[in-house]
Design a protein around this ligand. Structure first.
Ligand code: ADP
Length: 591
């Protein structure tokens, strides 16, 4: 990875967004005036502002002075800026897996360049190689971990802490996977916050909830491991890994009680940052930009992995074993359609581009058993244009909003399972839902503060509206305002009587009061693939005959049979942590 550049703000008193440059603007021979120019673009996390310095008709510096990209994605800004400077061109490749960040930085630099008044033809491209990582043809370690999301990092740490030498191979330019872009919430029965709030819960109740949520299609033995270890492993994250958890919980759909812990800023970034720091600390070697392509078996045991780095084949030898932690297949359209034709190109996806089911494909070639492949979950409340999961919608998980249709009517219990809400939403006019809440709910949930960038972006794009009256908010989307007012009045009556007579909504019902009111439009998008590789309780991969494939382990979304037909919210982080640790520990101890 390109070494981190300092994203420092250089103050230029005379500069404003609309002013062309500052400092000298002396024309050079080719007609590109020297100077520093400001430009703006839009990345994944909102506005990106750069300062481009031209000297002697060359790009002498690009400083990113403002951006909201999460770590990992921010690296794309640095990488592309470095390449533009080195090669003196705006024509550089985008960073795979970080398309929105890449287009954002390009847009910003082009915007700045336009202010020079010169044409980009005047930029004379120069030879230059941005320093690249070197790779040997072969590496060896006790344990090779494939995939650097939550499961992979956890497995790598646990293996290293159990005495193994570990190499983690990640195909994207950054670690994180779907875990990074998730909210990072983790179900944990009997956790420290439940104790404080006197919420009664147990491993058994969690176990029952997971089975019920998955329509009993789950493997009960795997569910037992998950339920029994989730809280111990949440404590491990907090105490050993240094993850900061917020002092509130969320009530995810399908759970019988509020039990989901929330990492700092309700973001997977906190988990990935702390896990990667720990992985480095315990000696895990991470190879980025390296895609595993094939598992190598000798005498029935998996002994190596072939991988591709920049077109070159690399072999990673594993003396103990290989852990597959390559995530799900939500971004692999062919695979989605192969296993469930409803999950076609018409459905957007919340997934990271790395979720292409590579681990499943590699394991299947060795005869691994695949289970539940047809069960693909959609998240009910995503951006109707991009498919991104909308965290502002967490106001629903705090029990402080209702979902209505264009006719202004509720159509589902708001804390139902994701699949149920998604299905119900698709059946409504335009296949969308409208989430409604009031100012008191906004203040209680603070989703506009916790997810400020997303909130501002949604308001700017008109996907979320804030208005003083219910009529005005409804009018923005053409929702039947009179019906919506009736729906709100009915809901308030249910709240007063403590019982939702329409949908029997669980949890405490809180009546809506004064405005301003908020309405957010959303639709379902592909979120999690429940199916995958069959493992046993030691996270060993099983073949189609139910026998262990020696030397092969799997953990996380790459596996199947844990969540049955449907994964409950916040169970994925519990899953990757619990089975990541199981896989890491067992692989380290294997011979
Ligand atoms: P989980 O939640 O199970 O950890 P994630 O989606 O968070 O799953 O992480 C999976 C990681 O595996 C992603 O970072 C993804 O880029 C990586 N990955 C996917 N396929 C490969 C591959 N062929 N080689 C190496 N890494 C891969």
């Amino acid at each position: 990875m390109v070494k981190k550049r300092v994203l420092a703000l250089i103050l230029c008193a005379a500069m404003s967004m609309s002013v062309v440059g500052c400092g000298s603007t002396s024309s050079s021979d080719s007609g590109i005036p020297d100077g520093t120019y400001t430009g703006e673009g839009t990345g994944k996390g909102g506005k990106i502002v750069v300062e481009l310095t031209m000297k002697d008709s060359k790009i002498s510096d690009i400083k990113v002075v403002e951006h909201g990209e999460t770590p990992g994605y921010a690296d794309a800004l640095e990488k592309m800026s470095a390449e533009m400077i080195t090669k003196n061109t705006l024509e550089v490749d985008m960073v795979s897996g970080a398309t929105l960040s890449s287009t954002g930085i390009l847009e910003a630099v082009k915007d700045a360049f336009n202010k020079t008044g010169a044409s980009t033809d005047k930029l004379v491209a120069q030879e230059g190689e941005v320093s690249k990582e070197e790779r040997e043809a072969e590496y060896s370690a006790d344990v090779i971990v494939l995939g650097g999301g939550g499961a992979g990092l956890t497995a790598a740490i646990e293996a290293a802490q159990n005495g193994a030498s570990v190499i983690l191979v990640e195909k994207m330019p950054m670690v994180g996977g779907n875990t990074l872009i998730s909210g990072g919430e983790m179900a944990a029965p009997g956790n420290w916050l439940q104790e404080k709030e006197s919420i009664e819960d147990s491993k058994e109740q969690f176990y029952q909830d997971i089975l019920k949520g998955g329509d009993n299609e789950n493997d009960p033995e795997l569910v037992r491991v998950l339920a029994d270890n989730a809280t111990t492993d949440a404590e491990w994250l907090k105490n050993e890994i240094g993850v900061t958890f917020e002092d509130y919980m969320l009530f995810f759909g399908g759970h019988s009680v509020k039990r989901s812990l929330v990492p700092k800023d309700a973001s997977g970034v906190e988990l990935i940052q702390k896990l990667s720091a720990k992985a480095e600390e315990v000696g895990v070697i991470t190879h980025l930009n390296t895609a595993a392509t094939e598992l190598v078996q000798e005498d029935g045991k998996v002994v190596a992995v072939k991988a591709n780095f920049d077109g070159k084949e690399i072999t990673y030898k594993a003396s103990n074993g290989v852990i597959l932690a390559t995530g799900g297949f939500g971004s692999n359209l062919d695979m989605r359609i192969k296993y469930n034709e409803e999950m076609n190109e018409k459905i957007l996806s919340t997934n990271s581009v790395g979720s292409t089911g590579d681990g499943i494909t590699m394991a299947e070639k060795l005869g691994a058993q695949l289970v539940d492949m047809e069960y693909i979950q959609t998240y009910p409340t995503c951006d109707p244009e991009t498919g991104t999961l909308l965290y502002v919608g967490d106001v629903r998980l705090e029990g402080r909003s209702i979902l209505v249709n264009k006719e202004g009517k509720r159509f589902v219990e708001e804390l139902e399972r994701r699949d149920v809400i998604s299905k119900a939403t698709v059946a409504q006019t335009d296949s969308v839902s409208y989430m409604f809440w009031d100012e008191a709910s906004m203040e209680a949930s603070k989703v506009n503060v916790k997810h400020k960038k997303e909130y501002d972006n949604l308001i700017e794009r008109g996907i979320l509206v804030k208005a003083d009256t219910i009529e005005d908010a409804a009018a923005h989307f053409g929702i039947d305002a009179e019906e919506l007012k009736k729906t709100v009045a009915n809901y308030n009556e249910y709240a007063a009587n403590g019982k939702d007579l329409e949908f029997n909504k669980r949890g405490e019902l809180v009546a809506f009061t004064d405005g301003p009111y908020y309405i957010m439009k959303s639709r379902p998008a592909i979120h999690h693939t429940m199916g995958g590789i069959k493992i046993n309780t030691n996270a060993e991969v099983l073949n189609t005959a139910g026998e262990v494939i020696d030397g092969l382990y799997a953990a996380g979304e790459v596996t199947g049979d844990i969540h049955g037909t449907n994964r409950l919210g916040s169970d994925a982080i519990a899953d990757i942590t619990v089975f990541g640790r199981v896989a890491g520990r067992n692989a380290a101890k294997a011979e």
